[in-house]
Ligand binder design. Sequence first.
Ligand SMILES: [Zn+2]
Length: 296
Amino acid sequence: MKINYLDVNKKNKIKIYALDDNPGILLIAGVHGDEKSGVVILKKIIQQLQNSDKPYPVAIIPCVNIPAYKANSRLHPKDKIDLNRIFPVIKIKSESYQIAKVLQDFAEKFTTVIDIHVFTGQHTLICGVDLNIAEDKIQKKIKRIMSQIGMEAICRIDHASEPKKDGSLCAYLQHKKILAFGIELPPLEGLTKNNANTITNNLIALIKGFHKKNKVKRLKSYLRLPIFSEYTGFFSPKKVPGLEVKKGDTIGNITGNDQQNLNVSTPFNGRLISVSYEKSVKGGDKIFVIGKKIKS
Ligand SMILES: [Zn+2]
């Protein structure tokens, strides 16, 4: 593969691997520095395409946000900005804006952009993120690709319960009619070899155009409803993602500091999309996500 760079500033260059100069599919990861699974997957893909003699129209940026990646932090370590909340960039205020600007100018040349993220600290289904902003035709094509690359569910962001999700790269690109979407993987410690291989192979098949003629099965779509802890204590999950749950079902429990055991149940019927690992939580921490089935 050819290696190119996006020049962010004198000290920061973002590495791009490409097989062809024609922009077709762009795969990126590491927008959030503590989300390593996508970086690992993209490096696997680069390795497998390394010796390809065919000019498949793909460019891969395995790690977009190098300062955040090095700091193992969601946010940029210096300016404390969440890179995926500042698109489109109009004014450069700090390094995060410099990164976002070169990325946005580069990404908008492509027809398809897949931005790989991670549900940190959660057991999770592998989800395609539906921002629910693109026009129907684009939405339909995006969902088709999500199915082709083996997503387990499509999750729609509920802007009422998660209003702070604006300003993402994919939202900006969708306004430009690009087939841009995020996918959410489990964190590295929860990413099985099997999962990793499946996603790697599916993305390679997408790059090579193998999917085109295949019939795709329609993925189920859910509205993402995050549930936050009301207590402080140690959370233990009692259910695994993928299960259908009914209002009142126990999802886990929290052992309070006074050793009292508090039941955590779901306020909605739906499918358990993700649930926190065993860990200490405080009031307001996201402990699980219920997917409420919607028509896609
Ligand atoms: Zn992320």
